[in-house]
Design a protein around this ligand. Structure first.
Ligand code: NDP
Length: 470
């Protein structure tokens, strides 16, 4: 398999000036390959190339940009198998999930290609017409995490390019290869400098956030880093879209049909081994059905086959990196020390790799670390409640507000509870399924701005209002 060891700057592949860094396969703890490391001067070159390319790209016919995205979707599709296998080896997810990630990336690119920026006519009187146009911002920097590295990169860069911006992207140091290969594949479909990629650790991310030549940063990752970016971006008042952590709650209503919700609840919590921003991270269950639902969740968990994502039949992979693995083990120690009951999982029988079997935890307190912190891994705390107001208060008792869900048969009641959840998206009888037409973003400290659909597209533009006196 080819692991791309070059950056793309101004349409040319170049070696990183800061040497290289090994990338670890989390299933084997072996080195996948060495990733190039860009210098800050190479970041400057990438920004300069993007600024130069902006002049033509922002002004070219809209159809040119639309066609480019459609060709890019075709190219990604042609390389589906290769990209999926790169994802498994550096990210750890099972091959089937990686294949879905690539397929979703293709579909999202095509959807974004077909979105249109409309001109709003806010006044059309005999004397005056006022039109609101949408203009691209300039150079957009994308900083991406390690959980859904390809999908999130697509979410960032396709609307940017579609609306006439140019891009500099920086993937996570843990999962750079899918991004490096993607950009290498698609760069041929775009004029030089429209899309550039630099890799490197926090230093490059910090330099991006401070860079006076960058007009917007779109970032997905931790709340801590999101705040650092916001501070650093103040220098030239960059536009920001920040998609940060979530500690999503799900509330199971007393009338829920446990047989039909157990499997979807499990998927909602353990999708991508729980390393998903809008995964179900805390589950509130009425006391009358608490033990029965816990048993059903344990039964679903026991059917998972944990192992290397490239092995036949594996449905559940490792945690992506050692730091996250150590953090999750510290949370497990805290659960044991504070009287939580680990109903299944809690460790793994595999000797190598950052594996934690799917873990269901009962009898944890609302104030415990596993409930208050975003675990971002395969551990689901199930919390007992006796009345719905209490459940809602506990669900909203967090600084995060990304998403939430309600599970039950009484749709009126479910809808009322969903409206009262303090978050950017709620699902009834589901959790975490995103749609390219539906705006997605958090409230409270889960972020700023939205992605997807027309509203998401607008985040890559500014308004330009024309007042026309007739
Ligand atoms: P980070 O937020 O640190 O990393 C995300 C991205 O930001 C990476 O590309 C990283 O680069 C980059 N970055 C790091 N420091 C800076 C900086 N000062 N300025 C600009 N960019 C920077 O996430 P972690 O990998 O440390 O994960 C920690 C926690 O974040 C997880 O436990 C989880 O809770 C949350 N998380 C949330 C995600 C989400 O989808 N909302 C995704 C991933 C993590 P580099 O890797 O090169 O340091």
């Amino acid at each position: 398999m080819k692991y791309c060891d070059t950056l793309v700057i101004n349409g040319t592949t170049v070696a990183g000036e800061q040497g290289s860094q090994p990338v670890i396969n989390p299933a084997t703890e072996e080195v996948v390959a060495s990733s190039p490391q860009a210098s800050v001067s190479q970041l400057d070159q990438a920004v300069a190339a993007a600024r130069d390319a902006f002049a033509d790209w922002s002004r070219c016919d809209d159809q040119v940009r639309k066609d480019a995205l459609l060709r890019i979707a075709d190219r990604i599709e042609e390389h589906s198998d290769e990209l999926a296998r790169i994802l498994v080896s550096e990210q750890g997810k099972p091959l089937m999930i990686a294949q879905r990630e690539v397929a979703a990336s293709v579909a999202w690119t095509r959807y974004t290609a077909n979105l249109e920026l409309k001109v709003d006519l806010v006044l059309d009187s005999p004397e005056k017409r006022i039109e609101v146009h949408r203009k691209p911002l300039g150079v957009v920097a994308s900083i991406t995490p390690w959980n859904w590295p390809l999908m999130i990169l697509i979410w960032h860069i396709m609307p940017a390019i579609r609306t006439g911006n140019t891009v500099v992207c920086k993937p996570s140091e843990y999962t750079p290869f899918n991004a490096l290969r993607l950009i290498e594949i698609i760069a041929d479909e775009l004029p030089a400098g429209v899309v550039n990629i630099v890799t490197g650790a926090g230093e490059i991310g910090q330099a991006i956030s401070e860079h006076p030549g960058i007009n917007k940063v779109v970032f997905t990752g931790s709340t801590r880093t999101g705040k650092q970016i916001m501070r650093a971006a103040a220098g030239n008042l960059k536009r920001l879209t920040l998609e940060l952590g979530g500690n999503d709650a799900g509330i199971v209503l007393p009338d829920a049909d446990l047989d039909s919700i157990a499997q979807p609840l499990f998927i909602a919590a353990f999708k991508n081994m729980g390393q998903t921003c809008a995964a179900l991270k805390r589950l509130y269950v009425h006391e009358d059905m608490y033990d029965a639902l816990c048993d059903k969740l344990v039964a679903v968990a026991s059917k998972q086959k944990v192992g290397n994502g490239l092995d036949e039949g594996v449905t559940f992979g490792p945690v992506q990196n050692k730091a996250q693995y150590d953090y999750l083990n510290a949370l497990l120690d805290d659960i044991r020390a504070t009287g939580g009951r680990i109903l299944c999982g809690g460790n793994s029988s595999l000797e190598r790799g950052y594996f934690i079997d799917p873990t269901i935890v009962a009898d944890v307190d609302q104030r415990s670390r596993i409930v208050q912190e975003e675990q971002f891994g395969p551990i689901l705390p199930v919390i007992r409640y006796s009345n719905l107001d209490e459940a809602l208060a506990m669900a909203n008792d967090t600084d995060e507000g990304l998403a939430g869900s309600v599970w039950g048969k009484d749709m009126e009641l479910a809808s009322d509870i969903a409206h009262r959840m303090e978050c950017g998206s709620t699902w009834i009888n589901g959790h975490g399924d995103l749609h390219p037409a539906a705006p997605f973003g958090g409230c409270k400290q889960s972020g700023i701005g939205v992605e997807f659909g027309e509203e998401g597209l607008h985040e890559y533009t500014r308004t330009h209002t024309h007042h026309i006196v007739k």
